[in-house]
Write a protein that binds this ligand. Sequence first.
Ligand code: ADP
Ligand code: ADP
Length: 221
Amino acid sequence: MIRLQNIEKVYRTDTVETLALNSISLDIAKGEFLSIMGPSGCGKSTLLNIMGLLDIPTKGDIRIADSATNHLSDKEMAHFRNRKIGFIFQSYHLINDLKVLDNVELPLLYRKASAGERKKLAGEALEKVGLSNRMKHFPTQLSGGQKQRVAIARAIVGKPEIILADEPTGNLDSAMGNEIMEILMQLNRTEGTTIIMVTHDEHMAKQTHRLVRLFDGAQVQ
Ligand code: ADP
Ligand code: ADP
């Protein structure tokens, strides 16, 4: 589903140069649930952003869902992201002045789906995360675990083949973290969604199919 070959990422400013990723090669199968661990600053977010076409590597090749992505324009990348990839972040990234249902509908606005279609799909996504009873709430009226469930509903509303999750349980206590993990595992099992998750939690990483460890921008075996 995702193939990275010799990915290198250098961040350059006037004064410093940081090698954030050093020759990463990774093959992620369709339906795989992969976790990525490593100390702060080792390149986990950079790697996830590159897989999600939010950032481009300095060197190396990426194929996603059988398409080479190297030569896509910004607009084509945005289109590709919207169709193929759902994102989940540690701090939820919900829009606080939009109701839960409207937050979940957002990725569909980009696709110019009709209002009826958007409502139907968003309702289905909220049902999958067990939040049908919170559609008219605002994010500020929800607990952290509920906010993350809304963010998952938003990530899956367009039925993406891939979910990229950057420390999705990082702000949650262990009970709520486990709930989020259960939802991700269920999505992976029942819908076959490929999931790549950055985590600091060994216990959660052990529940996934494969663990990749990074250190200083390189993969440790
Ligand atoms: P992690 O997610 O594992 O904490 P990151 O991928 O965020 O690590 O960062 C990897 C390295 O790249 C770090 O040394 C960080 O300082 C550097 N880095 C990340 N983003 C930028 C940026 N936009 N500009 C310059 N350096 C960056
Ligand atoms: P938890 O104990 O799981 O963190 P909370 O105590 O934050 O949950 O919330 C319990 C319930 O009350 C949740 O279902 C949430 O939807 C609701 N709730 C929390 N804060 C508000 C609020 N400001 N307005 C309306 N409902 C709220």
